[in-house]
Design a protein around this ligand. Structure first.
Ligand SMILES: O=C(O)CCC(=O)C(=O)O
Length: 269
Protein backbone atom coordinates (compact mmCIF):
# COMPACT_ATOMS: atom_id res chain seq x y z
CA UNK A 1 0.00 0.00 0.00
CA UNK A 2 2.97 2.30 0.51
CA UNK A 3 3.10 3.24 -3.18
CA UNK A 4 -0.56 4.34 -3.03
CA UNK A 5 0.08 6.37 0.12
CA UNK A 6 3.10 8.01 -1.54
CA UNK A 7 1.06 8.78 -4.65
CA UNK A 8 -1.63 10.50 -2.59
CA UNK A 9 1.05 12.53 -0.80
CA UNK A 10 2.62 13.52 -4.14
CA UNK A 11 -0.27 13.99 -6.56
CA UNK A 12 -3.28 13.85 -4.24
CA UNK A 13 -4.86 10.64 -5.53
CA UNK A 14 -4.32 7.03 -6.49
CA UNK A 15 -6.32 4.27 -8.19
CA UNK A 16 -6.43 0.64 -7.08
CA UNK A 17 -7.69 -1.50 -9.95
CA UNK A 18 -9.46 -4.79 -9.30
CA UNK A 19 -10.07 -3.97 -5.63
CA UNK A 20 -13.63 -5.32 -5.70
CA UNK A 21 -14.48 -8.79 -7.05
CA UNK A 22 -17.02 -8.74 -9.85
CA UNK A 23 -19.45 -10.78 -7.70
CA UNK A 24 -19.46 -7.92 -5.17
CA UNK A 25 -19.94 -5.34 -7.93
CA UNK A 26 -22.99 -7.31 -9.08
CA UNK A 27 -24.39 -7.82 -5.58
CA UNK A 28 -24.03 -4.20 -4.44
CA UNK A 29 -25.45 -2.95 -7.74
CA UNK A 30 -28.46 -5.26 -7.31
CA UNK A 31 -29.07 -3.96 -3.77
CA UNK A 32 -28.89 -0.36 -5.01
CA UNK A 33 -31.05 -1.00 -8.03
CA UNK A 34 -34.46 -0.53 -6.32
CA UNK A 35 -33.26 2.91 -5.15
CA UNK A 36 -32.06 3.89 -8.63
CA UNK A 37 -35.39 3.98 -10.41
CA UNK A 38 -35.63 7.75 -10.79
CA UNK A 39 -36.70 8.16 -7.15
CA UNK A 40 -33.80 10.39 -6.15
CA UNK A 41 -32.94 12.75 -9.02
CA UNK A 42 -30.39 15.48 -8.31
CA UNK A 43 -32.06 18.52 -6.75
CA UNK A 44 -29.54 21.12 -7.86
CA UNK A 45 -26.69 21.59 -10.29
CA UNK A 46 -24.16 20.13 -7.82
CA UNK A 47 -26.10 16.90 -7.34
CA UNK A 48 -26.78 16.99 -11.06
CA UNK A 49 -30.18 17.30 -12.74
CA UNK A 50 -29.31 14.28 -14.90
CA UNK A 51 -28.00 12.22 -11.99
CA UNK A 52 -29.43 10.11 -9.21
CA UNK A 53 -28.02 10.14 -5.70
CA UNK A 54 -28.76 7.59 -3.01
CA UNK A 55 -27.68 8.58 0.51
CA UNK A 56 -27.69 6.53 3.74
CA UNK A 57 -26.47 3.58 1.70
CA UNK A 58 -25.81 1.34 4.72
CA UNK A 59 -29.52 1.53 5.52
CA UNK A 60 -30.35 0.36 1.98
CA UNK A 61 -27.57 -1.75 0.48
CA UNK A 62 -25.91 -3.75 3.29
CA UNK A 63 -23.25 -5.27 1.04
CA UNK A 64 -21.76 -1.79 0.60
CA UNK A 65 -20.14 -2.39 3.99
CA UNK A 66 -17.50 -4.28 2.01
CA UNK A 67 -16.45 -0.96 0.47
CA UNK A 68 -16.51 0.92 3.75
CA UNK A 69 -14.19 -1.48 5.53
CA UNK A 70 -12.07 -2.55 2.56
CA UNK A 71 -8.69 -3.42 4.12
CA UNK A 72 -6.54 -1.80 1.42
CA UNK A 73 -8.52 1.43 1.60
CA UNK A 74 -8.46 1.54 5.40
CA UNK A 75 -4.70 0.98 5.37
CA UNK A 76 -4.39 4.12 3.25
CA UNK A 77 -6.85 6.10 5.38
CA UNK A 78 -4.93 5.05 8.51
CA UNK A 79 -1.88 6.82 7.10
CA UNK A 80 -3.66 10.18 6.77
CA UNK A 81 -6.35 10.49 9.43
CA UNK A 82 -6.24 10.35 13.22
CA UNK A 83 -7.24 7.18 15.00
CA UNK A 84 -11.04 6.88 15.47
CA UNK A 85 -11.68 8.54 12.11
CA UNK A 86 -15.29 8.33 10.91
CA UNK A 87 -17.30 7.53 7.84
CA UNK A 88 -18.44 10.99 6.79
CA UNK A 89 -20.59 10.07 3.80
CA UNK A 90 -21.61 7.02 1.83
CA UNK A 91 -23.64 7.66 -1.29
CA UNK A 92 -24.24 6.21 -4.70
CA UNK A 93 -23.98 8.57 -7.66
CA UNK A 94 -25.44 7.50 -10.99
CA UNK A 95 -24.52 10.02 -13.69
CA UNK A 96 -26.90 9.71 -16.63
CA UNK A 97 -26.43 10.78 -20.25
CA UNK A 98 -26.77 14.53 -20.66
CA UNK A 99 -25.21 15.38 -17.28
CA UNK A 100 -22.93 18.41 -17.25
CA UNK A 101 -19.67 18.64 -15.24
CA UNK A 102 -20.04 19.52 -11.56
CA UNK A 103 -18.42 22.62 -10.11
CA UNK A 104 -14.85 22.16 -8.88
CA UNK A 105 -14.73 21.49 -5.15
CA UNK A 106 -12.98 19.76 -2.28
CA UNK A 107 -14.66 17.27 0.07
CA UNK A 108 -13.23 17.95 3.51
CA UNK A 109 -14.46 21.43 4.35
CA UNK A 110 -18.23 21.14 3.98
CA UNK A 111 -20.00 23.42 6.41
CA UNK A 112 -16.73 25.15 7.29
CA UNK A 113 -16.03 27.40 4.32
CA UNK A 114 -14.15 30.48 5.43
CA UNK A 115 -13.38 29.06 8.87
CA UNK A 116 -9.75 29.83 9.74
CA UNK A 117 -9.06 26.23 10.80
CA UNK A 118 -9.84 25.14 7.24
CA UNK A 119 -7.66 27.69 5.45
CA UNK A 120 -5.57 25.99 2.77
CA UNK A 121 -2.88 24.86 2.22
CA UNK A 122 -3.25 22.34 5.01
CA UNK A 123 -3.22 18.61 5.59
CA UNK A 124 -6.35 16.74 4.48
CA UNK A 125 -9.09 16.43 7.08
CA UNK A 126 -10.71 13.68 5.06
CA UNK A 127 -9.99 10.94 2.55
CA UNK A 128 -12.52 10.29 -0.19
CA UNK A 129 -12.96 7.16 -2.24
CA UNK A 130 -14.96 6.59 -5.40
CA UNK A 131 -15.71 2.98 -6.35
CA UNK A 132 -16.44 2.39 -10.02
CA UNK A 133 -19.47 0.19 -10.70
CA UNK A 134 -19.23 0.90 -14.44
CA UNK A 135 -16.04 1.42 -16.39
CA UNK A 136 -15.14 5.12 -16.05
CA UNK A 137 -14.56 6.25 -19.64
CA UNK A 138 -13.61 9.50 -21.36
CA UNK A 139 -17.27 10.28 -22.07
CA UNK A 140 -19.49 8.84 -19.31
CA UNK A 141 -18.76 11.18 -16.40
CA UNK A 142 -15.48 9.86 -14.98
CA UNK A 143 -14.40 11.90 -11.97
CA UNK A 144 -12.04 14.75 -12.94
CA UNK A 145 -9.10 15.55 -10.67
CA UNK A 146 -6.51 18.30 -10.52
CA UNK A 147 -3.18 16.63 -9.64
CA UNK A 148 -1.27 18.50 -6.92
CA UNK A 149 -4.22 20.74 -6.00
CA UNK A 150 -4.21 19.32 -2.45
CA UNK A 151 -1.33 21.76 -1.90
CA UNK A 152 -3.18 24.79 -3.25
CA UNK A 153 -4.38 27.79 -1.29
CA UNK A 154 -7.96 29.05 -1.25
CA UNK A 155 -7.66 31.39 -4.18
CA UNK A 156 -6.32 29.10 -6.90
CA UNK A 157 -8.75 27.78 -9.50
CA UNK A 158 -8.02 25.06 -12.07
CA UNK A 159 -6.89 26.37 -15.44
CA UNK A 160 -8.07 24.65 -18.64
CA UNK A 161 -5.99 21.53 -19.26
CA UNK A 162 -4.87 21.18 -15.65
CA UNK A 163 -7.23 18.30 -14.80
CA UNK A 164 -7.17 14.63 -15.65
CA UNK A 165 -9.95 12.05 -15.80
CA UNK A 166 -9.97 9.06 -13.45
CA UNK A 167 -10.32 6.38 -16.12
CA UNK A 168 -10.70 2.97 -14.50
CA UNK A 169 -12.52 -0.32 -14.99
CA UNK A 170 -15.50 -1.31 -12.83
CA UNK A 171 -14.29 -2.76 -9.55
CA UNK A 172 -11.55 -0.13 -9.16
CA UNK A 173 -11.38 2.47 -6.44
CA UNK A 174 -10.11 6.02 -6.69
CA UNK A 175 -8.70 7.21 -3.34
CA UNK A 176 -7.89 10.89 -2.89
CA UNK A 177 -7.11 13.57 -0.35
CA UNK A 178 -10.21 15.39 0.87
CA UNK A 179 -8.58 18.70 -0.06
CA UNK A 180 -7.92 17.70 -3.69
CA UNK A 181 -9.86 19.78 -6.22
CA UNK A 182 -12.14 17.51 -8.26
CA UNK A 183 -15.60 17.16 -9.78
CA UNK A 184 -17.94 14.64 -11.37
CA UNK A 185 -17.53 14.77 -15.13
CA UNK A 186 -20.17 15.43 -17.79
CA UNK A 187 -21.76 12.44 -19.49
CA UNK A 188 -21.89 12.71 -23.28
CA UNK A 189 -22.21 8.94 -23.74
CA UNK A 190 -25.38 6.87 -24.09
CA UNK A 191 -24.89 4.92 -20.84
CA UNK A 192 -24.91 5.74 -17.13
CA UNK A 193 -21.93 5.82 -14.79
CA UNK A 194 -22.61 4.35 -11.36
CA UNK A 195 -20.22 4.99 -8.46
CA UNK A 196 -20.37 4.55 -4.71
CA UNK A 197 -18.39 7.00 -2.64
CA UNK A 198 -17.43 6.31 0.97
CA UNK A 199 -15.74 9.39 2.47
CA UNK A 200 -13.85 9.36 5.75
CA UNK A 201 -13.14 12.31 8.05
CA UNK A 202 -11.12 13.22 11.11
CA UNK A 203 -12.81 12.01 14.32
CA UNK A 204 -13.21 15.57 15.58
CA UNK A 205 -15.08 16.78 12.47
CA UNK A 206 -18.83 16.58 12.04
CA UNK A 207 -19.79 13.86 9.54
CA UNK A 208 -21.37 15.09 6.34
CA UNK A 209 -24.18 12.56 6.69
CA UNK A 210 -25.61 12.27 10.19
CA UNK A 211 -24.59 8.63 10.30
CA UNK A 212 -25.96 7.59 13.67
CA UNK A 213 -29.42 8.79 12.61
CA UNK A 214 -29.08 7.52 9.03
CA UNK A 215 -28.00 4.11 10.33
CA UNK A 216 -29.70 3.70 13.73
CA UNK A 217 -28.68 0.97 16.22
CA UNK A 218 -31.16 -1.65 14.95
CA UNK A 219 -29.55 -1.50 11.51
CA UNK A 220 -25.98 -0.86 12.69
CA UNK A 221 -26.24 -4.05 14.71
CA UNK A 222 -25.90 -6.17 11.56
CA UNK A 223 -22.49 -4.73 10.69
CA UNK A 224 -18.99 -5.50 11.91
CA UNK A 225 -17.58 -3.65 14.91
CA UNK A 226 -15.24 -1.78 12.53
CA UNK A 227 -18.16 -0.49 10.45
CA UNK A 228 -20.08 0.41 13.61
CA UNK A 229 -17.08 2.40 14.85
CA UNK A 230 -16.79 4.19 11.51
CA UNK A 231 -20.46 5.12 11.69
CA UNK A 232 -19.92 6.72 15.10
CA UNK A 233 -20.67 3.94 17.56
CA UNK A 234 -17.31 4.73 19.09
CA UNK A 235 -15.68 7.26 21.39
CA UNK A 236 -12.43 9.15 20.96
CA UNK A 237 -9.95 8.25 23.67
CA UNK A 238 -8.77 10.01 25.69
CA UNK A 239 -11.64 12.42 26.15
CA UNK A 240 -14.68 10.19 25.67
CA UNK A 241 -15.96 12.32 22.79
CA UNK A 242 -19.04 10.71 21.23
CA UNK A 243 -20.58 9.25 24.36
CA UNK A 244 -24.33 8.65 24.75
CA UNK A 245 -25.90 9.37 28.10
CA UNK A 246 -22.46 9.16 29.67
CA UNK A 247 -21.83 5.73 28.23
CA UNK A 248 -20.14 4.09 25.29
CA UNK A 249 -22.46 4.08 22.23
CA UNK A 250 -21.70 0.39 21.61
CA UNK A 251 -24.06 -0.27 24.52
CA UNK A 252 -26.95 0.78 22.25
CA UNK A 253 -26.05 -2.09 19.95
CA UNK A 254 -24.65 -4.62 22.37
CA UNK A 255 -25.94 -4.37 25.96
CA UNK A 256 -23.18 -6.77 27.01
CA UNK A 257 -20.47 -4.42 25.70
CA UNK A 258 -17.81 -4.02 28.38
CA UNK A 259 -15.26 -1.81 26.61
CA UNK A 260 -15.99 1.13 28.92
CA UNK A 261 -16.79 -0.82 32.04
CA UNK A 262 -15.62 1.79 34.50
CA UNK A 263 -17.57 4.60 32.83
CA UNK A 264 -20.72 2.48 32.47
CA UNK A 265 -20.42 1.58 36.11
CA UNK A 266 -20.43 5.27 36.99
CA UNK A 267 -24.11 5.35 36.09
CA UNK A 268 -26.58 3.07 37.82
CA UNK A 269 -28.94 2.66 34.81
O1 LIG B 1 -19.40 11.54 -9.05
C1 LIG B 1 -18.23 11.91 -9.05
O2 LIG B 1 -17.39 11.46 -9.83
C2 LIG B 1 -17.75 12.95 -8.07
C3 LIG B 1 -18.86 13.49 -7.22
C4 LIG B 1 -18.36 14.47 -6.22
O3 LIG B 1 -17.23 14.85 -6.19
C5 LIG B 1 -19.29 15.00 -5.22
O4 LIG B 1 -20.50 14.95 -5.40
O5 LIG B 1 -18.80 15.52 -4.18
Amino acid sequence: MQEHIDRIREQGFTIIEGALPSASVTRIRAELDPWLQGRYPGRNDFEGFHSERVYAVLAKAPSAAELVEHPAVLEIVDAFLDRHYLLSALLAIDIHPGETPQSWHIDDAAGAFGHPAFTRPRAPYGISTIWAFDDFTTTNGATELVPGSHRWDETRRPAPGESIQALMPAGSVLVFAGNLVHRGGGNTSTGSRLAVTPQYCMPWLRQLENMSLAVPPAIAQQYSTRVQELLGYDVIEPGFMGYVDGRHPQLLIDPAYRGRKHRAAARPD
